[in-house]
Design a protein around this ligand. Structure first.
Ligand SMILES: Cc1ncc(COP(=O)(O)O)c(C=O)c1O
Length: 425
């Protein structure tokens, strides 16, 4: 279904937009992109591509907003679902019972690992993490939450408290009870988790920390530890969920069932915000005394529910997940070749399916790669909590020629990084 164009893109010129943005949205971001030499304002977007507002520059989207665009931009079935939904629905009223939220929660319960039979909806990932922590604290009656150093769960209240100091520092005291340990280190977790621990909160593959894929036995040991100490295991699948890793949920690779799972980003289909906190049925007791103790006006907005259902249908299709694995193999082989060609800068490809990180030799390489990728025609953003790594998250819908093209462009970008690093050495 073709949406009628109302000229939302391109009514303002590019220079005018940059000026308006700097004066009314963020002068800091405008200055940052100018200094980084990334003179790009998002204009038209379709499938795997982004165009500059001035129409001169096209990028292959290998950032995908952390998975928001798992299905590419404006996937026709997703756009159709939203248009149809708008024919009948609106936000709804979060105080009332809802057919759309009920249907979406049932589908999530069917597809989630284990028996995560209840869902509370939010607007974004941070809000959904906050709720996961509320459920864990409310259910266990304990306060402590252990998360991973370098992990990232959002910038809202509890999510911020679970993240790195640098994001909290300017904003004063945060909620007490939070402690970080190194990711992948079972011994550190073992000494941190105690009888006061409500939850261990982990990304399945920390994305902002540079796509760090844990050892195969890490999560089973974390699961065992949580069981022994009576703490709940909260898994953040905001980036790893919905097929990104070649399984519907990243945690499936580790044969572990979490107690609470948080989903966001891609559930929106890239067109209508939606996040979900899925948890075991027994925890619903937290809301028995006062079912209105947690509310979110826009969380689970009814108009977005059919979109999220369509996302789940597409992403859970076994053929779709097979395709993700096939494409992942192309990147794996391609980057092995690039490793031979650019050993001075390329350490290797961190990878779980199409959740990929280009690991390079030095902290300066990530920002250089982001800039070089831009020159070479693709968007790749370096990992904020480990700038040696550039995230490579293409749309899961890409085909073989595009995968080959991205590898070729990455070759070009690595060549540019290498020239700069060797010149400055
Ligand atoms: C793993 C992870 N969790 C949570 C969040 C927070 O999501 P949101 O920005 O929608 O609040 C993010 C955002 O990048 C994320 O990458």
């Amino acid at each position: 279904m073709e949406a009628q164009s109302a000229n939302f893109v391109g009514t303002h010129g590019k220079e005018e937009t940059i000026d308006l943005f700097a004066r009314h949205v963020s002068s800091g971001k405008a200055a940052f992109f100018k200094a980084a030499g990334i003179d790009f304002v998002l204009g038209r977007r379709e499938g795997p591509y982004l165009w500059d507002l001035a129409g001169e520059k096209r990028l292959i989207d290998c950032h995908c907003n952390g998975g928001v665009f798992n299905l590419g931009h404006r996937h026709p079935q997703i756009v159709e679902a939203l248009i149809q939904s708008l024919g009948e629905l609106d936000i709804g009223n979060h105080h009332l019972m809802s057919e759309q939220r009920a249907a979406l929660a049932r589908r999530l319960a069917q597809l989630a690992p284990g028996d995560l039979s209840y869902t509370v909806f939010g607007v974004g990932g941070g809000e959904a993490i906050d709720l996961a922590i509320k459920v864990a604290r409310g259910y266990t009656g304990r306060a402590r939450v252990i998360s991973a150093r370098g992990g990232y769960h959002g910038h809202t209240g509890y999510a911020l408290a679970a993240g790195d100091e640098k994001y909290r520092a300017p904003f004063g005291p945060v909620a007490p009870g939070f402690l970080q340990v190194p990711f992948g280190d079972v011994a550190a977790l073992e000494s941190a988790v105690d009888g006061e621990t409500a939850a261990v909160l982990l990304e399945t593959v920390p994305a902002t920390y540079g796509v760090l894929v844990p050892d195969q036995d890490y999560f089973p040991q974390v699961r065992d530890l949580c069981d022994r100490k009576g703490a709940l295991l909260i898994v953040d699948e905001v980036q790893t969920g919905l097929g990104r890793t070649g399984r519907l949920w990243g945690i499936e690779h580790f044969d572990v069932v979490p107690d609470i799972m948080v989903v966001g980003k891609g559930l929106s289909g890239g067109v209508y915000p939606m996040a979900a906190t899925c948890f075991r049925g027994e925890y619903e007791v937290v809301f028995h005394q006062d079912p209105f103790i947690h509310i979110s006006t826009f969380g689970g907005a009814e108009v977005g529910c059919p979109v999220a259902l369509r996302v789940l249908d597409i992403s859970s299709d076994p053929a779709f997940l097979r395709h993700v694995k096939e494409m992942a193999n192309l990147f794996s082989a391609g980057f092995q070749r690039l490793r031979q060609k650019h050993p001075e800068v390329l350490v290797g490809l961190r990878q779980l399916g199409l959740m990929m990180g280009v690991e390079m030799a030095h902290e300066s390489c990530g920002p250089l790669f982001t800039r070089a990728a831009y020159e070479a025609g693709f968007l790749s953003v370096y990992a904020n909590n480990d700038p040696r790594v550039a995230q490579l998250l293409p749309p899961l819908t890409l085909d073989r020629p595009l995968a080959d093209e991205i590898v070729a462009r990455a070759d070009e970008a690595l060549g540019m990084v290498k020239r700069i690093v060797m010149r400055d050495a």
